[in-house]
Design a protein around this ligand. Structure first.
Ligand SMILES: [Fe+2]
Length: 589
């Protein structure tokens, strides 16, 4: 039987010493998180009865759970285990039966045959490989690594699959003195590790929802596996497929249904998953994929969202990486789906949209567990940054304002807060028909004295996935760089918005059949102007099937290309990224 390398998680201590062995070439990290380690276990390539694979693999008995030292899930539950043994043949039968013989028609938004086509189709991992600079010269200011996250299912889905449900894959391009090295690696989540071992999906897709009794059956099988100890939900069930963030001198891959996964970028241009980080046991379950870092204090602000009260809970992480106390927001009385938020010098600003989470929809086979409640009036919440409870929160009604992402926010005087964000028009189509949603970039003025909310549209275009100069997070700034939505996250170009003049000032389209993603602004070293820098993105040419890494001059009127790198193979459309500069790479733990 072939043996292969496999990853499981163990624990490292805050002191910097690992309490369990790690690979000899793996770095040691001075903070508490689960660290990936290797062991050899057999892998089943093909299975007709998938539970057989789980039963045979020694994975389950070898998984070590960090704080309470449980080895071999279910060890102390022998009687329950015996009872569940009786369930196993049944689960095996139904799993195979459902996949093989029952395949109800699906809505295109959750039909994998529709979702995973073209440049949304997954790719394999790719070790570091040198690339050709095909145009211009790579600026010295970009020395470092641009890395972008996105969904890339490890296995062909066995049922409904939404674009957002693919396993996280990181695509990096290391830039060093004019040379470029590209690499693609999965984020090695607990889900990835289990499913990579057995060779097929075992976690049910939740966001795509349950549409028939078949999906309920799949869920029942997964529950059976949890009861048998084959899935340990305490290790997380997220995908880490949404974004990356650099704080407390560590790089994380994030997805909002799980905790962050610590990532290491090697000198050779490779990407390694270090492990799931629980911040010394202080964070649990999940965390937003869009934490905000104050560029002046080094503090990180974040939250977690939940379908049960409190629906949203804020917290901060100091610059040393220590998580501070939770601030549950009980005054949010509906289970709102909150994806992003903003900070100002004194406040946290977040949008309570009409998108709500309702897990009961799953049990009733009504499709996705998120839906638009169109009778609800959206609100904007303003909470003092260092509030210890939500007693100081203020809510401002904003009818028709449904923001999924925020571009920036700041204070003007003592009375006003400015929030810039794309507002989703036709929010009811957000998850089912995103091509029917128009994202209108708005500047929202919130008056803290009289409670008024006034809104200005900054562009008539469909704009999303924006970025700013990161030195201006939480401070008044002038420029935003927004992707022009074709079918988000597939963007046909980028515009530069002047938020003072309240209009578009520059634009670049990628060309017929060419599409990029989030336009990421990177400041030049020693820049004095806010817009002195570059916009970078992976761009895919659907005509030739070739991807390139494009560097645009953010100051030029037409956002001219300063450099372009031909990539060794296509990069699927994805979500958020960032450029970790050489100096920050050197400081990473
Ligand atoms: Fe996002």
């Amino acid at each position: 039987m072939p043996m292969r390398t496999f990853m499981i998680s163990s624990t490292t201590s805050f002191s910097g010493k690992t309490t369990r062995s790690t690979p000899s070439n793996s770095p040691t990290f001075p903070f508490k998180c689960n660290i990936v380690q290797y062991c050899s276990i057999p892998k089943k390539k093909k299975m007709s009865l998938d539970l057989f694979a789980l039963q045979k693999a020694p994975l389950i008995s070898s998984i070590y759970f960090n704080r309470n030292s449980i080895t071999g899930a279910g060890d102390s539950k022998s009687s329950g285990k015996e009872a569940l043994e009786l369930l196993e043949p049944l689960l095996s039968f139904f799993s195979t039966f459902l996949v093989s013989f029952i395949n109800p028609p699906l809505h295109p938004s959750v039909d994998p045959k529709h979702v995973l086509t073209g440049n949304f189709a997954p790719v394999d991992e790719l070790p570091p490989i040198d690339c050709l600079v095909m145009e211009g010269e790579l600026p010295q200011s970009l020395n470092g690594t641009y890395i972008r996250n996105g969904p890339n299912p490890l296995h062909q889905p066995r049922g409904p699959h939404h674009l957002f449900e693919g396993d996280g894959m990181l695509h990096s391009i290391r830039l060093s003195d004019g040379r470029a090295t590209f690499c693609s690696r999965y984020v090695k989540t607990y889900k990835y590790a289990l499913e990579d071992n057995v060779g097929f999906p075992i976690f049910p897709n939740i966001l795509s929802g349950f549409h028939s009794v078949v999906d309920l059956g799949r869920c029942a099988i997964a529950i059976g596996r949890v009861m048998k100890g084959q899935i340990d939900l305490r290790k997380g069930f997220g995908l880490a497929n949404t974004s990356l963030s650099l704080f407390s001198n560590r790089l994380f891959a994030l997805g909002e249904s799980d905790l962050p996964y610590s990532i290491h970028l090697s000198e050779e241009g490779d990407i390694e998953t270090i492990g799931r980080c629980d911040f010394d046991g202080k964070a649990f379950v999940n965390m937003t994929a869009h934490p905000k870092i104050d560029p002046e204090t080094g503090e990180t602000f974040a939250f977690r969202c939940s379908p049960i009260p409190p629906y949203i809970t804020f917290f901060s992480i100091d610059k040393e990486g220590s998580k501070q106390q939770d601030v549950p927001i009980f005054s949010m009385t509906d289970p709102t789906f909150v994806h992003d938020f903003s900070i100002t010098k004194q406040y946290i600003v977040f949008s309570e949209s009409q998108i709500e989470m309702n897990p009961l929809r799953l049990m009733m086979c009504k499709g996705m567990p998120v839906s638009a409640e169109l009778d609800k009036v959206p609100r904007i919440g303003v909470l003092p940054r260092y509030a210890s409870t939500d007693s100081e929160i203020r809510w401002f009604e904003a009818p028709g304002f449904n923001a999924m992402h925020a571009v920036n926010a700041w204070e003007e005087g003592d009375e006003e807060i400015i929030l810039v964000a794309p507002n989703a028009i036709s929010i009811e189509n957000l998850f089912h028909n995103i091509e029917k949603v128009h994202f209108s970039l708005e500047k929202v003025r919130i008056n803290l004295r009289n409670g008024s909310v006034t809104r200005t549209t900054l562009s008539q275009k469909n704009l999303e996935l924006g970025s700013i100069n990161p030195s201006y997070v939480g401070k008044r700034n002038r420029y935003a760089y927004m992707g022009i939505g074709e079918m988000i996250p597939k963007m046909s170009g980028v515009v530069k918005i002047d938020m003072d003049l309240e209009c578009e000032v520059s634009r670049r389209l990628y060309g017929a059949g060419c599409f990029g993603g989030e336009p990421m602004f990177v400041a030049k070293d020693g820049a004095s102007d806010e817009d002195e820098g570059y916009i970078v993105s992976y761009v895919y040419d659907e005509n030739s099937g070739v991807s390139r890494f494009e560097v645009m001059d953010a100051k030029s009127q037409t956002l001219d290309v300063a450099a372009a790198v031909k990539l060794p193979r296509r990069v699927p459309y994805g979500f958020h990224g960032l450029l970790v500069k050489r100096g920050d790479l050197d400081k990473m733990c």
